[in-house]
Design a protein around this ligand. Structure first.
Ligand SMILES: [Zn+2]
Length: 70
């Protein structure tokens, strides 16, 4: 059985220990099913995900929860 190795999005190193790989996001491909994004467990906080759709949704949620400016 072949074990697929993941590459850390934060440091671009191969994550050799599967137990150390954390799934941080799923990116949609332009012409395919997309791919999963992994990071070392200790690098999860360093991963910068640029997802315009998610950002737009979050901004909408934050705006809705913020008290209206007087
Ligand atoms: Zn890493």
């Amino acid at each position: 059985m072949t074990l697929a190795l993941h590459v850390c999005r934060a440091c671009d190193e191969v994550i050799e220990d599967p137990a150390d790989a954390v799934l941080v996001a799923h990116e949609l491909g332009n012409s395919g099913p997309g791919w999963d994004i992994y990071a070392h467990r200790e690098h999860v906080d360093d991963v910068e995900l640029i997802d315009p759709d998610l950002l737009r949704i979050m901004l909408r949620i934050w705006a809705a929860h913020r008290p209206a400016a007087q």
